[in-house]
Design a binder for this molecule. Sequence first.
Ligand code: SF4
Ligand code: SF4
Ligand code: FES
Length: 277
Amino acid sequence: MQPPRRLIDVEIDGAAVRVPEGSTVLDACRTAGKDIPTLCHGDTLTPKNACRVCVVEVEGSRTLAPACSRTAEAGMVVATDTERARHSRKVVLELLASSTDLSTTPRAKEWMADYGADPARFGEEAATVAQPPKVDNDLYVRDYGKCILCYKCVDACGEQWQNSFAISVAGRGFDATISTEFDVALTDSACVYCGNCVEVCPTGALSFKTEFDMRAEGTWDESEQTTTTTICSYCGVGCNLTLHVQDNKIVKVTSPHDNPVTHGNLCIKGRFGYGYV
Ligand code: SF4
Ligand code: SF4
Ligand code: FES
């Protein structure tokens, strides 16, 4: 059991909030009821600071601060909705949307409208990472035309959770992409099909094959899906499974991130072994 943490006072947009010491500015903003956009932030991963869509102004700081990684300090004065912060988020969204496909990124459309982002202003010749989806196994699909290079999948596959190191960043600059070793098919890689990368991907670049196929045929409908959290029956660990069901069929399996043992991670059996149900 963790020892109790001291509480510190922070000011967010003029309102006083109290958060446990060690919290991030994002935690404090959320405590104050502020809706800060995030993409590369993962609630089960160490912050990577890759996207910068979460920036806020911290009094006394020369530069904008990424809320997801900056630690809140006692007496800190934060402004979340200044012109400077909004402009920065707008440009981040424009750059991402002009080069990648954000069509399956939850809330991207809403944020683009909110910040007045106009990716089209870079013109039709804007550089793009568009490429065909990689469909090389029956369990999950890698559609890197939707990848924002947030590194969450790499961290989940590597030292932060799975320790399989099946995927990493290959190439540099605009040619950087997430890849298996030597770009081999997933079936020839070190992948163990835990799907923990799919669990953390914020854009749908990684998705269940079921979801990919249903989207392609136009039958994927989250408004028609129910979720039920249950216990995996394969072994004694007792992982929590959240079953997403549409038309009486399981269409994907996620896992609660607040589980103190598994933190949203599963193995291949819990994640994909539901065919017997
Ligand atoms: S399914 Fe698991 S092992 Fe395979 S790439 Fe994803 S995180 Fe790594
Ligand atoms: S595949 Fe998804 S999780 Fe991995 S870097 Fe791209 S957007 Fe992030
Ligand atoms: S969400 Fe904070 S830097 Fe990406």
